[in-house]
Design a protein around this ligand. Structure first.
Ligand code: NDP
Length: 466
């Protein structure tokens, strides 16, 4: 049968009778990317906050700036064949989204998780453009990954997968082109295997081609901790404006991976009491506080389920997920830090959090709160730290790793941590100032989007129609 879907879509776009430039772009993006819900959610979330700024700049419409902004510069999709421990050939999909290079080489992590698809990676790459702009460092936006699941695989299987993935990816990356890093399912082990294969194929020690490397071979001190630490620095600044502090606050953290662990470490250092953490099976809860060293042993060393925590601390409660959903939000706390994955907090959960008297939410994960939930939380005066600003400490420290690689010189932990704190504090101020200037005081979601967009749009305007 003749495929008319393209013709129908074009017709629909022409029929979009939105007169407002912003809404027209949102509608057109919806039609062109109808099968990509997460990407549309991210575009909608960003563009809908830009109105006050866009209205002052007719040149954006004249140069179709928004249409260019929502279209990736390049999308690479490839086959990743590898052989499992039983000698069977497995095939996964590999992706790299090179979304926007207006302010620097594409930069963004790689995610290995069975849920990975084009929509999720495009949403992550799109968000990354704004986050990277907010850091004030010269990095563009990208993201990549695979539907490969490292969970339950042997080290050798993970290595063979990473080698096959890099055999293709190496054609597309470079320290001045595109610099991947870790994300869900990609930690120090995976980055090591990826770097080894890159070096082997290229026959060059291009340390700045990947970040999140081991400190023995070009990694930066504090990179591992940076996303979680940065989240808490942002939260500290946000509370300060309301005359509050982290000390003695109760905290729940979703996830128990890289971001969750180091957010927990830093918030505990500030004297807060972390009472619950989770993984994709369930959550642990102890009103007297969670012992982080046990979590690190279970997650970073043994790579086991969080339920194991009860073997070490039998007085802790374990709540298994119900109908695939975490029960962690049933627990009352002052501060909630979603640090696992996208869309963890929907409207129903937001309503529960508000009725439980939550004071502040800090997004460690990318887009962990739906748009409806975000609006509800803001309307109910919950202090809200949005991901692209609050978790930008990770990529900022990746950029510091790139700088150290270029200089062939390494800063101490204290030096990197100080720079990280300064960058995150600047980001907070940029969000605060943009929010104030465009009439949405204390709305750091709008502030972050506007501040990031101001920088990207200027760079794109300067570079002509590309
Ligand atoms: P990790 O793989 O180290 O940890 C992810 C954690 O989240 C694990 O506890 C995992 O549980 C849980 N999780 C993952 N997917 C799901 C799911 N679908 N449902 C429930 N739980 C889930 O990843 P990171 O800590 O690196 O990343 C966490 C979030 O932070 C992601 O949104 C990522 O994009 C974002 N982020 C990460 C940065 C970094 O530097 N690493 C930088 C900025 C943002 P389980 O082990 O059971 O799967």
């Amino acid at each position: 049968m003749l495929d008319l879907s393209g013709v129908i879509e074009t017709k629909k776009i022409k029929n979009t009778n939105e007169t407002d430039y912003l809404n027209r772009v949102i509608e057109t993006t919806k039609i062109k990317n109808a099968r990509e819900p997460e990407f549309l959610q991210a575009v909608n979330e960003v563009l809908s906050t830009l109105k006050p700024f866009i209205n002052q700049h007719p040149e954006f419409e004249e140069t179709s700036l928004l249409e260019r902004l929502v279209e990736p510069e390049r999308v690479i999709i490839f086959r990743v064949p590898w052989i499992d421990d039983n000698g069977k050939v497995q095939v996964n999909k590999g992706y790299r989204i090179q979304f926007n290079s207006a302010i620097g080489p594409y930069k963004g992590g790689l995610r290995f998780h069975p849920s990975v698809n084009l929509s999720i990676l495009k949403f992550l790459a799109f968000e990354q453009i704004f986050k990277n702009a907010l850091t004030g460092l010269p990095i563009g936006g990208g993201k990549g990954g695979s539907d490969f699941d490292p969970k339950g695989k042997s080290d050798n299987e993970v290595m063979r997968f990473c080698q096959s993935f890099m055999t293709e990816l190496q054609r597309h990356i470079g320290e001045d082109t595109d610099v991947p890093a870790g994300d869900i399912g990609v930690g120090a082990r995976e980055i090591g295997y990826l770097f080894g294969q890159f070096k082997r194929i290229k026959n060059t020690y291009e340390a700045g081609v990947l970040t999140g490397k081991g400190t023995e071979y070009g990694g930066s001190l504090i990179r591992k901790e940076a996303t979680g630490y940065g989240l808490i620095y942002f939260m500290r600044e946000m509370l300060k404006v309301s005359g509050k502090e982290l000390k003695d606050k109760t905290v729940i953290i979703t996830g128990s991976g890289n971001v969750a662990i180091y957010a927990c470490q830093k918030v505990q250092e500030y004297g807060a009491n972390v009472i619950a953490m989770s993984d994709s099976n369930g959550c642990i809860y102890n009103r007297n506080g969670i012992d982080l060293s046990t979590i690190q042993q279970i997650k970073e060393v043994d790579r086991l389920r969080i339920k194991e925590y009860l073997k070490y601390h039998p007085n802790t409660e374990y709540m298994e997920n119900q109908n695939g959903k975490t029960r962690i939000f049933e627990i009352k706390a002052d501060i909630v830090l979603p640090c696992a994955t996208q869309n963890e907090i929907d409207l129903e959960i937001a309503q529960r959090l508000v009725s439980n008297g939550v004071l502040a939410i800090g997004e460690g994960a990318n887009m962990p709160t739906t748009i409806e939930a975000t609006h509800y939380l803001l309307e109910n005066n919950v202090l809200f730290a949005p991901a692209k600003a609050a978790n930008a400490g990770g990529v900022a420290t990746s950029a510091l790793e790139m700088s150290q690689n270029s200089m062939r010189y390494y800063w101490t932990s204290e030096e990197v941590d100080k720079k990280l704190d300064a960058i995150v504090t600047n980001i907070f101020e940029a969000c605060q100032n943009a929010a104030k200037e465009y009439g949405c005081d204390n709305n750091y979601v709008a502030g972050a989007n506007i501040a990031g967009f101001m920088k990207i749009s200027k760079a794109m305007m300067s570079q002509g129609i590309v």
